[in-house]
Design a protein around this ligand. Structure first.
Ligand code: FAD
Ligand code: NAD
Length: 457
């Protein structure tokens, strides 16, 4: 065999897998045709969070009067925002490329296709390995909306290079990508309309956690349509129009641009998975908790398995796969659904760890829930950040925390407190024994914990 492990794709999941495998003493090759850097650095987490910082500052400037301050007609310069993003991303990318090109691995900048379960082909050459870790990520999905392709649209990739601000924009889809970018554009002065099929935005979250974001969007002047049906697109008088059924009525909205945020799909094109005997599942390459595919020596990690398209989970899965690939007969590491975490970086932000009420109800799992709103919490009132709530879910007898959900100020930071409690299998009673500084946002977490502890007795 040429290598112990061949990693296909050098993004967050692939780099983590290769790094862990090399650290454990394996001979590793990474195949990636580039551009090198991975989605998170090049067109995902980091560039979007960089530009959102500008719109968050803008959002505060627009509220200056509320805090006894005056600003002189704040305006956004999209080209300058994009320049700041590009400078940072170039630095992050350079660092990642150096890591990929280090002598720790053999980096081959070619796409690969399987020829069997123990060999791949790239650039006309054949390479064999004991194990393979597929980490080819995801691509923007081609969702068939009538008229959309003819009308033309932008994607999150395009937005990150846009230098001229559109006067108006329709955002199709209100998942993570749609909501973060919708608020960015609305806050910098583009008139945004969001069109979402499910009954509330962020359809994977519990409804009560998503509604405060919708409320904030509307207060900021955004038009938000949820529960839409039969979406079609046309072009009339130079404007792009979306036609859909909303609350039983034919509705048409228009804008100069469309942002297609209808979702992503696993990137498996050209891999020739059939030759390796690797099977697809409903959302991506089918894997078990050890990250093994239908073929025992082949693993799939990160967006390509479609389980949770977020970066820390991609990294964790990469490390799990590396360990299991190198220890096929030893103790296997498993991905723990129990600790899954997500953060949507809107304002208010939406952060979750563990299970939602939706999931508990769907699976018939027993739970107790309690929540508390930010508009009744002292520190939030001082900050003027009163949108949202915190919600805790615990086991009805033991009080063990099984889910923590925060929509509100600094939710993406506050959630880690609940992550720590859950990591150590802590209970709502444990939360009440911990000291909380006053006045802080974190204190709000004790109120639902208290309610749940009283219920359990
Ligand atoms: C706009 C946006 C914002 C996001 N924001 C966040 C966020 O704030 N926080 C968060 O946690 N997640 C965020 N995500 C999701 C996150 O970026 C992804 O979950 C993560 O980057 C996936 O990593 P990956 O390693 O699976 O895939 P990728 O990083 O996409 O890596 C795949 C690699 O495979 C290579 N490749 C492709 N085809 C082949 C082939 N045939 N052969 C060899 N190599 C190949 C590619 O060149 C690429 O380098 C965001 C996503 C988007 C789109
Ligand atoms: N902050 C973060 O961590 C972050 C940010 C961005 C993306 N991501 C990751 O990237 C993944 C992809 O995000 P995404 O937002 O592109 O996809 P998504 O699947 O989360 O959202 C797409 C939305 O479009 C809606 N939709 C689909 N067809 C529609 C139609 N015909 N009419 C109206 N609405 C329709 C869907 O109901 C869905 O809510 C996410 O699952 C997330 O894990 C994470």
């Amino acid at each position: 065999m040429d290598y112990d492990i061949i990693v296909i794709g050098g993004g967050s999941a692939g780099y983590a897998a290769a790094s862990a495998a090399e650290h454990a003493g394996a001979k590793v090759a990474i195949f990636d045709p580039g551009p090198l850097g991975g989605l998170c650095i090049l067109r995902g987490c980091m560039p979007t969070k960089t530009i959102l910082r500008s719109s968050d500052v803008m959002g505060l400037m627009q509220r200056a009067g509320e805090f006894g301050l005056a600003t002189d007609n704040p305006r956004a310069d999209l080209a300058a925002i994009i320049d700041r993003k590009t400078k940072l991303i170039d630095d992050f990318t350079r660092y990642r490329v150096e890591q990929l090109k280090s002598p720790r691995f053999t980096l081959i900048e070619q796409p690969v296709r399987f020829v069997s379960s123990t060999a791949v082909e790239a650039g006309g050459k054949r390479y064999s390995a004991h194990a393979f870790i597929i980490a080819t990520g995801s691509v923007i999905a081609d969702i068939p909306v009538p008229g959309l392709a003819e009308a033309g649209f932008m994607t999150s990739d395009d937005v990150l290079e846009l230098r001229e601000q559109p006067d108006s924009m329709m955002v199709l889809g209100a998942g993570f990508v749609g909501v973060e970018l919708a608020q960015f554009f609305q806050r910098i002065g583009t008139q945004v309309t969001v069109v979402q099929r499910s009954g509330h935005i962020l359809s994977a979250q519990d409804e009560d956690m998503a509604r405060p974001v919708e409320a904030r969007f509307r207060e900021e002047g955004m038009a938000v349509y949820t529960g839409t049906r039969d979406l079609k697109i046309s072009v009339q008088d130079g404007k792009r129009c979306a036609h859909f059924l909303h609350e039983g009525k034919e509705t048409t909205v228009s804008a100069s641009t469309i942002l297609n945020a209808l979702g992503r799909t696993p990137n498996v094109a050209g891999l020739n998975l059939e030759a390796a005997g690797v099977k697809m599942g409903d959302w991506g390459i089918a894997v078990d908790a050890t990250m093994r595919t239908s073929k025992r020596n082949i693993f799939a990690v990160g967006d390509v398995n479609g389980l949770h398209e977020v970066v820390h989970i991609a990294i964790q899965q990469g490390e799990i796969a590396a360990h299991n690939a190198l220890n096929p007969d030893g103790a296997q590491q498993r991905f723990e659904e129990r600790m899954k975490t997500s953060v949507v970086f809107t304002d208010p932000a939406v952060a979750s760890v563990g299970y939602s009420e939706k999931e508990c109800l769907h699976n018939n799992w027993p739970y107790l829930a309690a929540s508390y709103p930010f508009d009744d919490h002292g520190k939030s009132l001082c900050l003027g950040e009163t949108h949202g709530l915190v919600k805790l879910l615990c086991h009805p007898e033991t009080g063990t925390l099984i889910g923590g959900h925060i929509t509100g100020p600094e939710a993406g930071e506050l959630i880690h407190h609940l992550t720590a409690v859950m990591y150590y299998h802590g209970t709502v009673h444990d939360m009440l024994k911990m000291p909380y500084y006053h006045p802080t946002l974190s204190e709000i977490l004790t109120y639902p914990a208290e309610e749940l502890a009283e219920k359990i007795g």
